[in-house]
Design a protein around this ligand. Structure first.
Ligand code: DX5
Ligand code: ZN
Length: 224
């Protein structure tokens, strides 16, 4: 079975002890970290910006994905690249010039990713699929952690897998939103390579290491 990558999202971490929580997740086998940047316009909430990305960059050696849930993402690419992003993910719904934005990310020496909301048809990213290093299928409406997985997105994950296999075999398929020990294995069965999880990693009573172990067990089809 393929090795699924786990990308804890810091959105549900305790920001007063972010360094310790990241270190714990790293020791427990996180593969990378996912940083949700929200502007209060593209999505209702405001989260954090480049200073936090740079702070995370200083305390971990793991690769960083920056998920830009912002209007006009083209205005923030350089700042996020300088802050230490390895992948920069923009929303297909947030820009009229997606092809240009992806090319700019590549020019900055970073890996381009596109995220697609539950209501947006997959065909909207088909023309740029060959340019992607990461395709992020949203399984919640972006804006908050702790929302339930939207079941109807499972078929989109499978169709996204087929699209990448056809147009971009080395591109990764990531699923973001409502991932836990129940939904994670189903997302992987539908074709996901990378799972993002915020509350299932940082908000379980058993703690971060146990939460990541439980996710790994679930993905292997074992009891936690
Ligand atoms: C949603 C964000 C997600 C979020 C996931 O707007 O893009 O990355 O942090 O949170 P959970 O895993 O709790 O659904
Ligand atoms: Zn995200």
């Amino acid at each position: 079975m393929k090795q699924v990558r786990l990308s804890p999202s810091i959105l549900a971490a305790d920001f007063t002890r972010l360094g310790q929580e990241l270190a714990e997740a790293e020791r427990a086998g996180a593969d990378r970290f996912h940083l949700d940047v929200m502007d209060g316009t593209f999505v209702p909430a405001i989260s954090f910006g480049a200073d936090i990305v740079a702070a995370v960059r200083r305390v971990t050696a793991l690769p960083l994905e920056v998920h830009l849930m912002v209007a006009h993402p083209e205005r923030h690419l350089e700042t996020m690249a300088e802050a230490g992003a390895d992948w920069i993910i923009v929303h297909v719904e947030a820009t009229a010039h997606l092809h240009r934005v992806l090319a700019s990310i590549r020019t900055l020496g970073k890996k381009p990713g596109v995220a697609i909301n539950p209501a947006t048809p997959l065909v909207c990213i088909e023309e740029v699929a060959a340019e992607l290093d990461l395709l992020v299928v949203m399984t919640v409406n972006p804006g908050y952690s702790g929302q339930p997985f939207i079941e109807s997105c499972l078929s989109k994950i499978a169709r996204a897998r087929a699209l990448l296999d056809r147009c971009r075999p080395h591109g990764e398929l990531e699923v973001d939103g409502g991932i836990n020990v129940h939904t994670g294995p189903r997302a992987v069965a539908a074709g996901a390579d990378v799972l993002v999880a915020a509350s299932a990693v940082f908000r379980t009573p058993a703690g971060i290491a146990a939460a990541l172990a439980a996710l790994r067990h679930a993905l292997r089809g074992e009891q936690a």
